[in-house]
Write a protein that binds this ligand. Structure first.
Ligand SMILES: NC(=O)C1=CN([C@@H]2O[C@H](COP(=O)(O)OP(=O)(O)OC[C@H]3O[C@@H](n4cnc5c(N)ncnc54)[C@H](OP(=O)(O)O)[C@@H]3O)[C@@H](O)[C@H]2O)[C@@H](O)CC1
Ligand SMILES: Nc1ncnc2c1ncn2[C@@H]1O[C@H](COP(=O)(O)OP(=O)(O)O)[C@@H](O)[C@H]1O
Ligand SMILES: [Mg+2]
Length: 277
């Protein structure tokens, strides 16, 4: 077992080259947010933008468009019911994040299948929340892409068949990871990141984070980090650590830390922890 700590950030967050533009920092397409779970996709989208992704497009239920723009004029927003728009937005992305607030009804399943059909092997695909649940319940095969799964413990139980009580068995989790051929971020009060060769444990985090939307925020941050930083395993680990370390800082003076408060602190935190020049 290796540990994720502040050193992970310094190894990952590069100083931005002067000669760069928005395309240098990746195009993310996020897919999620049904009519009831708009907040989830707003938090994921905000987290991606505040983490520094160059261009962010969100495909969601049209009910969420005005609220997303009210929070975040930087994001482009389109209707995920339109198959042509959904397909072209996925094709145009370096990184896709799917599942935050997507829900599990027939409409959500159709959206997920379209995305799985469209992604290509060189694209990064982050699968979170409802999308993980549907992969499990609908027995979907994962597409050929560079996949990152971000399950909480019940989502991992659904997907892996490993009961929550048995998830402390690292070797067992690793065996299922190998079958899935993905980076697995197994979220808990001490989140673990399973990669092909290693298992990393987060050393930051606080119960002040135990509030709805916290995982949606992490999914957007993971998207933002992998869009920008070359070593994808380090990028995932750094996002996991930054999410919790910001919360730890805020929790010194707060009983609970809200997802949007973490989001607003991301740019400052990344500046403080970028690589030495
Ligand atoms: N503002 C919004 O729009 C928000 C929208 N959201 C969106 O909702 C969608 C569904 O996601 P979900 O995580 O809420 O539901 P689900 O996958 O059914 O899991 C919950 C079940 O598992 C249980 N449980 C036990 N241990 C657990 C653990 N360690 N971690 C977590 N759960 C644990 C838990 O037990 P209980 O709390 O009932 O005791 C319960 O029975 C998803 O798309 C997400 O993005 C949310 O992000 C919230 C904010
Ligand atoms: N007690 C805790 N200590 C540290 N981190 C926590 C704690 N409780 C929850 N978290 C973090 O909050 C997030 C919860 O994710 P998830 O259950 O997917 O939330 P949601 O779907 O509501 O956004 C994870 O990143 C998890 O590590
Ligand atoms: Mg979640």
């Amino acid at each position: 077992m290796k540990y994720i700590n502040q050193a992970t950030l310094k190894q990952t967050i590069r100083v931005r080259p002067d000669n760069s533009f928005k395309g240098t920092y990746g195009h993310i397409t996020l897919v999620g947010g049904n009519a009831n779970f708009g907040g989830a996709i707003i938090m994921a989208t905000m987290a991606a933008v505040y983490s520094g992704a160059g261009l962010v497009t969100t495909l969601t239920d049209p009910a969420n468009k005005t609220s997303i723009h009210a929070q975040l004029p930087e994001a482009m927003v389109a209707d995920y019911h339109n198959v042509d728009t959904l397909t072209s937005s996925v094709q145009g992305a370096d990184v896709i994040v799917i599942g935050c607030g997507l829900g599990t009804d027939a409409e959500a399943l159709a959206v997920l299948k379209t995305v799985f059909k469209t992604v290509t092997p060189e694209q990064l695909l982050i699968i979170d929340g409802s999308a993980i649940t549907m992969v499990a319940t609908e027995h979907l095969s994962l597409p050929d892409a560079r996949i990152i799964l971000t399950p909480h413990q019940i989502e991992w139980q659904r997907l892996s068949g490993i009961k929550l009580a048995d998830q402390s068995d690292v070797a067992r989790n690793q065996t299922v990871r190998d079958q899935l051929n993905a980076i697995v971020v197994l979220k808990s009060h001490r989140t673990q990141v399973y990669t092909k060769d290693d298992v990393y444990e987060n050393t930051a985090g606080t119960p002040a984070q135990a509030t709805g939307g916290m995982g949606d925020t992490l999914a957007g941050m993971v998207g933002g980090f992998v869009a920008q930083f070359a070593n994808k395993e380090n990028a995932v680990a750094a996002a996991v650590y930054a999410h919790s370390a910001i919360a730890d800082q805020l929790a010194q003076n707060q009983y609970v830390v809200l997802p949007h408060q973490i989001i607003h602190h991301i740019p400052q935190f990344m500046k403080q922890n970028e690589a030495d020049k």
